[in-house]
Design a protein around this ligand. Structure first.
Ligand code: PRP
Length: 198
């Protein structure tokens, strides 16, 4: 799973935290336009069904959906993990299923970040069983250094280093999701140990 987001004992002292911009909102939007064009080029005549994973993928999905020409629909799914154990055990649990069937559809899984890959591995196995016509993956951010599961995305916005990032859907203890940019979060010394590494 994702970056560990449990606040440490000093996490309520927000002034100790700072966010340094890694990818500006403008760069994100320009890249999304490129990805949208590429997806439509790959599937010129197909209705596309975007499926995003709550909550972090929401902004990427909404911006991507509005940038792809032609017929687009979307749906949401939610999963939960079991903290650090998830990395080794691969335990991902479905907490909210899709509203509609993906059978026969051209499905694009839309994720904010591909980190260990455990979430995506779970989702791909789940969706493959449901017989979509095509199954592809779009991620805004890819942290290849962190990969555990053998999965890859078909469309990648930005490949980033192994830093704790927030913004554009990504949170730390539910904060920072609403930033238009992606930034590197720096915490005070007491909280850094808890959050920076999983
Ligand atoms: C994030 C992200 C992906 C997952 C990627 O979700 O949205 O779903 O982690 O991590 P992985 O590649 O290591 O599996 P998170 O569990 O943080 O939930 P959120 O989207 O609600 O913040």
């Amino acid at each position: 799973m994702p970056q560990s987001k449990k606040p440490g004992p000093q996490a309520t002292k927000a002034p100790r935290e700072s966010v340094r911009i890694l990818i500006t909102g403008g760069r994100i939007q320009r890249r999304i336009q490129e990805i949208a064009k590429q997806i439509r080029k790959d599937f010129p005549d197909e209705p596309l069904h975007l499926v995003s994973v709550l909550k972090g993928g929401v902004f990427f999905l909404t911006d991507l959906a509005r940038s792809i020409s032609g017929e687009v629909s979307f749906d949401f799914i939610a999963v939960s993990s079991y903290g650090q154990n998830t990395h080794s055990s691969g335990q991902v649990r479905l907490t909210r299923d899709l509203d509609s069937s993906v059978e026969g559809k051209t499905v694009i899984v839309v994720e904010d970040i591909l980190d260990t890959g455990m979430t995506l591995q779970y989702l791909l196995r789940l969706f493959e069983q449901r017989k979509p016509k095509h199954l592809r993956v779009a991620v805004l951010l890819d942290k290849p250094e962190r990969r555990i599961a053998d999965v890859r995305a078909d469309y990648v916005g930005f490949s980033i280093p192994n830093e704790f990032v927030v913004g554009y859907g990504l949170d730390y203890a539910e904060r920072y999701r609403n930033l238009r940019y992606v930034g590197i979060l720096t915490l005070g010394s007491d909280t850094k140990k808890d959050a920076a590494k999983k």
